[in-house]
Design a protein. Structure first.
Length: 554
């Protein structure tokens, strides 16, 4: 890299718009959405989609609720043309969906493009030519007027071809390609010239799609360009201002959002941001960003995993695990402090009376995207007691008392350090079984027992306990079941435990419900031991918990 990059790169010149309004606006409604997955997205693939994949992607786009779909570039070749004309011929376009087709501004290509939609009820023909200085100078060697004339000629061809196929309700889209790097007054001038030919009205507006073909500036500059365009294009009512951002600087979504604030009506992009180079604007992110501000995007991503699966299948490109809203890891916390806060957040969310979402570290409820809570917290060597307790609760329904969480997390930490890998729910359950001596056969196996009351109200525990394969009858007396069991094991096995804490809860509901009991015990030599019992019967669970603690004493 250069010590002085200014000898090679220049800063993008700002737009002069001192009274810009967009910074103090907020987005309060969804834009019109256009998916260009089957065109811009497809053009960027190593292996462009075949007809089967295109149809699958088309169905997905319809399912999520996008009503305008750019289905391809019909003049590019037979695969494209046949897929598009097949959609029309075989009546595969839902009534509420309008397909859009792209063409360069050349007569033969425009003719083929109209031909591909012959018989369609509606269709948007999208024509483009590049307008910025670098393209004019380097690619075409043309003046501003010559470039403008290309757009005017294309508009006349659109008008005439549409008139020759009057059974279709034609709409037009014009893109001054490379808009974001062009002189803004020239972009307006070219679009105005296109309007002079096509004469749009508020009832039959033209779409002016303003691409950041290559993203070259901070997103505020794009917003300035959009606001300038909206203010200066004649007959604004007859224009749908459409955004088409790419992501070269990593701000494609931000540019689209600021562009909406600046007055645009429509957003073009791809699901999960596939597209040339660093991709097109990610429509899932823009839509879900609106959703998290309380604005209905009008799209349905409630099964985001299905979206990811289909996009990966059709594009043959894996979705990054950190992709906003959709990646495998975006609702997962590994770090202990995050896990703790999330766990508290879920508990507070459950306890409060309103539905407003307020869970630390989770900007959205994963359930809204069809994601389960299980994956929210995952355990590795960075995790803490809250995370471990969460996994146990989600997986086994066990709600460990606070101090026991700390005790168990030490066991899990040791395992995570030893194994240097993520621990799954089965690993954590294995560690729990081992830590609290729940493996079968247990050292003390509870047989039949009875609990009776003495005349003074004391409880008497009498039962059989198998120790190392040998049945033994024991009994003990105390002011409750727990103390009577503690007395019985002292009497029968010489094990002296002082119970300092006890907790129990149900696991599940209805006929399959079980009970879990936890005891914290002190031994005469000052050790703290935890015991756990699980049984269909809550009293038996507590007896088992004492036996689990007793089995830690040699
Ligand atoms: O990025 C771009 O400029 C395009 C145009 C064809 C709209 O994809
Ligand atoms: Zn593009």
């Amino acid at each position: 890299m250069l010590r002085d990059p200014s000898i090679k790169y220049r800063p993008f010149p700002p737009i002069v718009l001192p009274d810009r309004q967009w910074p103090s606006r907020t987005i309060t409604k969804a834009p019109r959405w256009l998916s260009t997955d089957l065109r811009d997205g497809n053009q960027a693939l190593i292996d462009p989609m075949d007809a089967e994949k295109k149809q699958r992607f088309f169905d997905l786009i319809c399912r999520v609720g996008i009503k305008e779909i750019e289905v391809g570039f019909p003049s590019a070749g037979a695969t494209e043309f046949d897929f598009i004309s097949g959609l029309v011929r075989e009546n595969r376009i839902p009534d509420d969906v309008t397909v859009q087709v792209l063409t360069q501004a050349r007569r033969d290509l425009i003719d083929t493009t109209f031909e591909s939609l012959r018989g369609a009820k509606t269709g948007i023909v999208h024509v483009y030519n590049a307008v910025s200085p670098a393209w004019r100078k380097i690619v075409f060697g043309m003046s501003r007027d010559e470039v403008k004339q290309i757009a005017i000629d294309a508009a006349m061809m659109l008008r005439d071809n549409a008139a020759a196929q009057p059974d279709t309700d034609w709409r037009f889209e014009y893109s001054p390609e490379t808009f974001s790097t062009a002189e803004i007054d020239f972009s307006v001038e070219v679009c105005a010239a296109v309007m002079d030919v096509l004469r749009p009205t508020a009832d039959r507006p033209i779409i002016f799609n303003l691409p950041a073909t290559v993203e070259c500036a901070t997103p505020n500059v794009y917003a300035d360009q959009i606001e300038y365009f909206c203010r200066n294009i004649p007959n604004r009512d007859a224009v749908i201002v459409s955004l088409h951002t790419h992501n070269d600087r990593g701000t494609g979504v931000a540019a689209a959002e600021l562009g909406m604030m600046a007055g645009a009506d429509r957003v073009e992009g791809c699901l999960l941001g596939n597209g040339e180079r660093t991709g097109n604007c990610d429509l899932v992110t823009v839509a879900m960003n609106l959703y998290t501000q309380g604005v209905d995007p009008g799209l349905d991503f409630s099964d985001i995993d299905e979206v990811v699966k289909t996009v990966e299948y059709c594009t043959n490109i894996p979705v990054h695990p950190r992709t906003p809203y959709a990646g495998d890891l975006v609702f997962t916390a590994f770090s202990g402090s995050h896990q703790d806060a999330i766990k508290k957040g879920f508990a507070a969310q459950e306890a409060k009376n309103d539905t407003l979402w307020e869970v630390p570290y989770l900007p959205i409820d994963p359930a809204d995207l069809g994601r389960s809570y299980e994956a929210v917290i995952r355990v590795n060597s960075q995790s803490g007691k809250g995370g471990v307790a969460w996994v146990l609760e989600q997986d086994k329904g066990l709600k460990l008392p606070k101090r026991m969480q700390a005790d168990f997390s030490r066991h899990v930490q040791r395992l995570a350090d030893e194994s240097s890998r993520e621990l799954n729910a089965a690993d954590i359950w294995g560690a729990f079984v081992q830590a609290y001596r729940l493996e079968q056969p247990q050292r003390f196996a509870l047989g039949a027992y009875d609990e009776t009351r003495a005349p003074n109200g004391d409880r008497i525990f009498a039962g059989s306990i198998e120790v190392d394969g040998v049945q033994q009858s024991v009994s003990g007396r105390g002011n409750g079941l727990i103390s009577s069991v503690v007395a019985a094991i002292k009497e029968g096995f010489g094990i002296d435990l002082d119970v300092s804490d006890y907790a129990e809860h149900a696991i599940g509901h209805g006929s399959g419900a079980q009970a879990a009991a936890y005891v914290e015990c002190r031994t005469p030599d000052g050790r703290t031991i935890w015991g756990v019992g699980i049984d269909e019967d809550v009293a038996t669970a507590s007896v088992r918990a004492i036996l689990s603690a007793a089995s830690a004493v040699e």
